[in-house]
Design a protein around this ligand. Structure first.
Ligand code: HEM
Length: 505
């Protein structure tokens, strides 16, 4: 390490200690902060609580400090909320006050300092982006325009799995094929495009760059530079890689998808609204001067991040639970067979006629919430919550997983039991009508993609269960459902091998 840099850093740390002590004394007098472990200068609570603030660790801390508590992560305040009442306050009653997003050094790179929609602060830019994205992505008209495509993609998954004889004996890592399906589902909407196979070079490149972006953004590796700004110079190498990945990725979106579509639009008449795909609408907004070219690319970036893996994780969890609960799988198959009749392949309109399928989806999203702490919220200004003062620019985490898995609120929550959504919880919907169950959040910053995610989940799980008996690989009685969490995701640690035994109709 450069000696001058080290000297500067040590001096900086010393100054930071003095300033932190002075600030904490001063703040202690002025603010009534939420309870929490005693912070030490500079590091705050970071060394005590560590990096991995996943939903389970945060619940352990809530047991100690209550439904609202504060952690000081270096210079950053982190407020964790673990009750339906306080979640309602954050997401609904004070939805404007807490409707911003925190970013950090890495997210600043990937979003061009909030030129996107998902990670931008609450305000004019967010409102405009959400409005511009609604018509091309988040309406029932979009579902009706693309559902045949999703049904086709699910049928192709079934066909490809049937073609692979090993799938029926030693099994196949189904996720790989489903990932291609999810890319196709979303790239049809965005660009009216699909990828032919898992080996398609463009798909391979895209998948690698998206994976790299997720890994870099979700890693805990850069926390030190984020929490303690004085250490940021040591992140230089990490941030350089982030910048390179971001540039290459946006260039790929631009060269291979946006420009291609523009070329096509110049040769064909796109007057027919019915033929337009999402990017045509977004480019219209750019032409009208509502957004710039960067915003267009960040919309593509956001959809790649927010839509594909989240839905894929949920499908993967659903399959794992159905394999590990053969009686539930059987019951679901029975519903599909009796309501739809043998041989009729499930379509989007059918999903509304299948209450047990809906319950399986809800139960999967409850027990295995893909974004268990929602996307972090933030208050731009000093605020009040639960009788405490919340300093401006605090990161607010809503422990949605705990809300949906608290034994004081749910009967045997650790049990995977879809029946609960047909019995004691029959009024609870995924759209957020009950603050105990928020897999997509609720309120201003809630997930607009719910309208697409639910039918895709229904069609995919439905087709798989209709066509195959899904089993663990030979010699295994259950799939390993160990969880893996990132900065804010919850997925399965090991992508399971699934035996898919074709059914004969
Ligand atoms: C099962 C699949 C999905 C789950 C579990 C999920 C969950 C979530 C959650 C929890 C949030 C944050 C809510 C909050 O902070 O209060 C969110 C935000 C978001 N989701 Fe989803 N999502 C899924 C699929 C999708 C899809 C398919 C799309 C797009 C096509 C999408 C687009 C977005 C966007 C754009 C936001 C940011 C909204 C904003 O900040 O205003 N999501 N999602």
């Amino acid at each position: 390490m450069d000696l001058v840099l080290l000297e500067k850093t040590l001096l900086g740390l010393f100054v930071a200690v003095i300033v932190a002590i002075a600030i904490s004394k001063f703040r202690g007098k002025r603010f009534k902060l939420p309870p929490g472990p005693l912070p030490v200068p500079v590091f705050g609570n970071w060394l005590q609580v560590g990096d991995d603030l996943n939903h389970r660790n945060l619940f352990d801390l809530a047991k100690k400090f209550g439904d609202i508590f504060l952690l000081r992560m270096g210079q950053r305040n982190l407020v964790v909320v673990s009750s339906p009442e306080l979640s309602k306050e954050v997401l609904h009653t004070q939805g404007v006050e807490f409707g911003s997003r925190t970013r950090n050094v890495v997210f600043d790179i990937f979003t061009g300092k909030g030129q996107d929609m998902v990670f931008t602060v609450y305000g004019e830019h967010w409102r405009k982006m959400r409005r511009i994205m609604t018509v091309p992505f988040f309406t029932n008209k979009v579902v009706q325009q693309y559902r045949h495509g999703w049904e086709y993609e699910a049928a192709m998954v079934v066909e490809d799995v049937k073609k692979n004889p090993e799938a029926a004996t030693s099994g196949t890592v189904l996720r790989r094929r489903l990932q291609l399906m999810m890319y196709n589902n979303m790239y049809r909407i965005m660009f009216d495009r699909r990828f032919e196979s898992e080996d398609d070079p463009l798909f391979v490149k895209l998948k690698a760059l998206n994976g790299e972006r997720s890994r870099l953004a979700q890693s805990f590796e850069y926390n030190y530079g984020d929490f303690i700004p004085i250490l940021r110079p040591f992140l230089r190498g990490y941030l350089k890689i982030c910048k390179e990945v971001k540039e290459r990725r946006l260039q790929l979106f631009k060269d291979y998808f946006v420009e291609e579509r523009k070329k096509l639009a110049s040769t064909k008449s796109m007057d027919n609204e019915g033929l337009k795909c999402a990017i045509d609408h977004i480019l219209d907004a750019q032409q009208k001067g509502e957004i710039n070219e960067d915003n267009v690319l960040y919309i593509v970036e956001n959809i790649n991040v927010a839509a594909i893996e989240t839905t894929l994780w949920s499908i993967e969890w659903g399959i794992a639970e159905l394999v590990n609960h053969p009686e539930i799988q059987k019951k679901l198959r029975h519903e599909l067979d009796t309501v739809l009749g043998p041989g009729h392949q499930i379509t989007e309109p059918d999903t509304h006629k299948l209450p047990y399928l809906q319950a399986v989806i809800k139960e999967t999203l409850r027990l295995r919430m893909a974004i268990p702490l929602l996307v972090p919220h933030m208050n731009l200004h000093d605020a009040k919550l639960g009788g405490y003062d919340i300093p401006a620019e605090s990161k607010i985490l809503v422990n949605a997983w705990w809300l949906a898995n608290n034994p004081a609120q749910w009967k045997n929550p650790e049990e995977y039991r879809p029946e609960r959504f047909l019995e004691e919880e029959s009024k609870v919907e995924a759209s957020g009508n009950d603050f105990r169950y928020l897999p997509f959040g609720v309120g201003r910053r809630s997930c607009p993609g719910i309208i697409l995610a639910l039918p895709i989940l229904g069609i995919t799980l439905g087709r798989l269960v209709q066509n195959f008996e899904l089993l663990p690989p030979p010699g295994q009685s259950k799939l390993d459902t160990t969880e893996k969490g990132g900065q804010f995701s919850l997925h399965i640690l090991k992508h399971s091998t699934i035996v898919c035994k074709p059914r004969s109709f």
